[in-house]
Design a protein around this ligand. Structure first.
Ligand code: SF4
Ligand code: SF4
Length: 276
């Protein structure tokens, strides 16, 4: 799957017209289109951390339960970090679990890519000569929405779909997934893969880890942040990104408490001192 996705990305970078926010396009999707719901089946929908937070809270279940019931995590040795996809049902049509005759049953909290369609957002890697982020149109034969006469700009579409609410956490997620560490060939150990998965996708379990382990005894964390992350998933994910930068990439985004550091240094010294 990694290779497939890389090829698609390269094709988009090389051949798709790059749209600016002021560019306009003809498109509409509503229950009257002949293809209504057809796109909610047999489709790869990658979930972002914020998608999972919104969906599991919409459904009133934990992130662990959501992951187990509604997602798949394809494993590919070439993958640099774990990814999570929305699971389709096992019937012939492979429909999304959330599609109904009247449309999407989780519509107010539908995933980012369901909101964006038919728009895509490409993010060439920073520091390359491929340029800045750009929008593009995904025209698929199944979709008759392009025959509608409603014209809108990219900005209008993004506004109508409530995309701004996804921007901040999306940016933080990209700071991890597009980190230089990967660009320079860095790989994550199985333990680090697990930590990535915990922070990005299993936010309730990450909260249990932070509050239920010795973590807060070891690291300096602002008490106001500790209060927030006890109940606020978004704040917890923001904190988690700070932690991932420290634990995965060795950035100095967290500080070990002085007494813990001193105790560790003493222990190291004792270990290296030959016994007479
Ligand atoms: S989450 Fe909603 S919009 Fe997205 S594929 Fe499923 S039913 Fe369709
Ligand atoms: S295929 Fe296109 S027009 Fe049809 S329901 Fe899906 S998004 Fe709407």
């Amino acid at each position: 799957m990694k290779e497939e996705m890389d090829n698609l990305k390269q094709n988009i970078l090389d051949t798709y017209p790059r749209l600016a926010k002021t560019d306009k396009f003809l498109f509409a999707c509503h229950p009257g289109v002949p293809c209504f719901n057809d796109c909610c089946a047999d489709v790869n929908i990658f979930l972002t951390p914020y998608d999972i937070i919104r969906l599991k809270n919409h459904l009133g279940i934990s992130s662990g339960e959501f992951l187990a019931k509604y997602t798949v995590s394809p494993f590919d040795k070439k993958q640099k970090f774990p990814v999570v996809l929305l699971k389709m049902n096992d019937e012939a049509k492979k429909a999304c679990f959330f599609v109904t005759d009247r449309g999407c049953s989780v519509y107010p909290d539908r995933p980012w890519s369901c909101r964006m369609y038919p728009l895509g957002l490409a993010s060439p890697k920073e520091g390359t000569d491929e340029g800045a982020d750009f929008y593009f149109l995904m025209k698929e034969d199944v979709c008759k929405g392009f025959n509608e006469k409603t014209e809108q700009s990219i900005t209008q579409w993004l506004g109508d779909q409530g995309i701004a609410a996804y921007d901040e956490l999306g940016r933080l997620y990209k700071e991890i997934t597009l980190h230089d560490y990967f660009g320079k060939g860095g790989e994550l150990s199985p333990e680090k893969m697990e930590m990535f998965h915990l922070v990005c996708y299993n936010i309730d379990k990450f909260r249990s880890f932070i509050l239920g382990s010795s973590f807060l005894r070891k690291f300096e964390v602002d008490p106001a942040v500790i209060e927030k992350i006890k109940t606020d998933d978004v704040e917890l994910f923001k904190f988690g990104c700070t932690w991932l930068k420290f634990s995965l990439f060795g950035e100095k985004t967290m500080k070990i408490k002085d007494d813990v550091r001193a105790a560790r240094e003493t222990e190291m010294k004792n270990r290296s001192t030959p016994r007479g």
